[in-house]
Design a binder for this molecule. Structure first.
Ligand SMILES: CC(C)(COP(=O)(O)OP(=O)(O)OC[C@H]1O[C@@H](n2cnc3c(N)ncnc32)[C@H](O)[C@@H]1OP(=O)(O)O)[C@@H](O)C(=O)NCCC(=O)NCCS
Length: 155
């Protein structure tokens, strides 16, 4: 795999970048796989147990991530994840997911992360399987659930 050309970071969504995050979009063919960021941000506004971040490549916002993050009932669930169409295929998605995994590992009971995906041609299944996710066998509204159990960390 080629390494991303710019350093990837997850940064809070705030006054300074919220418009840029709203403007990020996937290709027309991918719109069935993820909600528009403006919709996700509206949901995040109405939910307390959520962790929202912009994906940055260097100083450019290139993606968005939203995680269900309830440490009282720890079941960390990737709710939304996208990389803007112009920035896909550069390793940013993988690098951002590795940072999401690092974050979950810092959370109480954070030994695994769940997600669900639309099982369709051109969808994100090969991307997630490449990161080590395995199907749990559970289906929610036509989406298949998958989980990644983290390896115990050194020390
Ligand atoms: C899925 C998505 C996040 C991947 O982001 P990306 O930045 O393009 O992915 P990367 O460049 O980091 O790719 C990492 C690896 O996954 C592979 N990959 C990425 N998307 C893939 C796809 N749709 N099909 C097959 N392989 C894919 C890459 O080839 C690469 O493989 P390698 O490690 O062997 O080189 C991005 O395509 C996207 O936003 N899709 C639309 C929204 C979506 O489906 N979100 C998920 C909702 S559950």
């Amino acid at each position: 795999m080629q390494s991303p050309p710019a350093t990837v970071e997850l940064r809070p969504v705030d006054d300074a970048n919220v418009r840029a995050v709203i403007d990020l979009s996937v290709t027309e063919d991918q719109t069935e796989f993820v909600a528009p960021n403006v919709y996700s941000l509206a949901q995040a506004f109405a939910t307390t147990k959520v962790w929202v971040r912009a994906v940055y490549a260097g100083d450019d916002p290139v993606g968005f991530v939203m995680l269900s993050d309830d440490d009282e009932k720890p079941r960390y669930y990737l709710w939304r994840f996208m990389i803007d169409a112009e920035h896909q295929g550069k390793g940013y998605g993988r690098a951002a997911m590795e940072l999401v995994h690092e974050y979950v590992r810092t959370r109480p009971g954070g030994d695994r992360i769940y997600l669900s995906y639309v099982p369709a041609e051109g969808g994100p299944e090969p991307f997630y399987k490449g990161l080590g996710y395995v199907d749990t066998g559970t289906e929610h509204d036509g989406e298949l659930e998958a989980v990644l159990v983290f390896e115990p960390s050194d020390g």
